[in-house]
Design a protein around this ligand. Structure first.
Ligand code: NAP
Ligand code: ZN
Ligand code: ZN
Length: 350
């Protein structure tokens, strides 16, 4: 069994990603070995490669929006067969016994989920490595079925950008008649627009990029607000039931909280490096709340994938070869992506 894996890795926070080779573990009896076809490029990859959250581990093979094909299954695997399409998201294991794990919230495991990369596997010493690579080996319960066999590159981002926006919108019970704003039209934001529209809400994109207005409307949003347009922002005070904040850079939360009406919720998923400033008076007004949300559990992720397959929802992607990753990071920082880069791993197998 071939465990040799070709990849691209970050070796430190400042240099470009470069080729890297390592061995995946030999599949255990309950493992699935997957040949990776596509892997999305999440802004979290960039934050971690550059150590913006602290504690990054190198060499780091990023990537947690993985789509591939099963090439081998362990003797006790029951959910997958060789040849099946498979997805792997932001985590590859968890303790499997805490109340959260037992209640389908493995993403909130009391012991901490085992990230797909930039952390240690549960043995405490093997560095987990992600999807900018030719293959991955994962315990079968942490692998998802891909029932849509259309454009696989456009399905890959559902494994992080998709579930990270689907889960909080479901938690906030977004439904017809509700007014939802999506803050930041990037990889997560564009999926947030698609889901909120699909759930029947009136959707507004709030962006700092005037050039994204046409895209926002094309994606199904009903309105577009430029964050810097003070008059337009003032006109929307006390208006929204829900704001989904996907912004990757430091920003002023106050400005957006003021747009929430009675019992309005700011769903926070973006992870800038700096802590936001908060005025308690803004929160007590209209009894507003801020709710953080991290990806989704195994059950909800499969539900989201099946929902997308049934409702023809995928990401808008630009497919790149692995060798263009450093350029893609620079473009991501400049907001120059419509709306997710996805790596075609065939480029590493040649
Ligand atoms: P992305 O594609 O780069 O999109 C981020 C968007 O933020 C940009 O498109 C831009 O939208 C806005 N933005 C960027 N710089 C800005 C600035 N200086 N001021 C105001 N707005 C700015 O990133 P992504 O992959 O969607 O990820 C977004 C964030 O979510 C990242 O911090 C990531 O780490 C985090 N994340 C969290 C989870 C979770 O579980 N909670 C999961 C995945 C990712 P406009 O041009 O429209 O303003
Ligand atoms: Zn991600
Ligand atoms: Zn647990």
């Amino acid at each position: 069994m071939n465990t040799l894996t070709k990849a691209f890795a970050a070796y430190n926070p400042t240099d470009e990603l470069k080729p890297y080779e390592f061995h995946r573990r030999v599949p255990r009896e309950d493992d699935v070995q997957i040949e990776i076809l596509y892997c999305g490029v999440c802004h979290s990859d960039l934050h971690q490669v550059r150590n913006e959250w602290g504690g990054s581990l190198y060499p780091m093979v990023p990537g947690h929006e993985i789509i591939g094909r099963v090439v081998q299954v362990g003797s006790k695997v029951t959910k997958f067969r060789k040849g099946d399409l498979a997805g792997v998201g932001v985590f590859v294991d968890s303790c499997r016994k805490c109340p959260n794990c037992l209640n389908n919230y493995e993403n909130y495991c009391d012991e901490g989920m085992t990230g797909t990369y930039n952390g240690y596997e549960r043995d405490g010493k093997t560095l987990a490595q992600g999807g900018y690579s030719t293959q991955i080996v994962v315990q079968e319960n942490y692998v998802f079925h891909i029932r849509d066999n259309g454009n696989l590159a456009a399905i890959a981002p559902l494994l992080c950008a998709g579930i990270t926006t689907y889960s909080p919108l479901r938690y906030a019970q977004v439904s017809p008649g509700m007014k939802v704003a999506v803050l930041g039209l990037g990889g997560l934001g564009h999926m947030g627009v698609k889901f909120a529209v699909s759930f029947g809400a009136e959707v507004t994109v709030i962006s700092h990029s005037p050039s994204k207005k046409a895209d926002a409307l094309w994606l199904g949003a009903h309105d577009f607000l430029l964050g810097s347009d003070t008059a337009a922002m003032t006109a929307r005070r006390n208006y929204f039931d829900v704001i989904l904040d996907t912004v990757s850079a430091n920003h002023d939360l106050e400005k957006y909280l003021n747009l929430l009406r009675l019992h309005g919720k700011l769903l926070l998923v973006g992870l800038p490096a700096e802590q936001p400033a908060l005025n308690p008076f803004t929160l007590i007004t209209n009894r507003r709340s801020i709710i953080g949300s991290m990806i989704g559990g195994l059950k909800e992720t499969q539900e989201m994938l099946d929902y997308c397959a049934a409702n023809h929802i995928t990401a808008d992607v630009e497919v790149i070869p692995m060798q263009q990753i450093n350029n893609a990071y620079e473009r991501l920082l400049k907001n120059d992506v419509r709306y997710r880069f996805v790596i075609d791993l065939a480029s590493l197998k040649k």
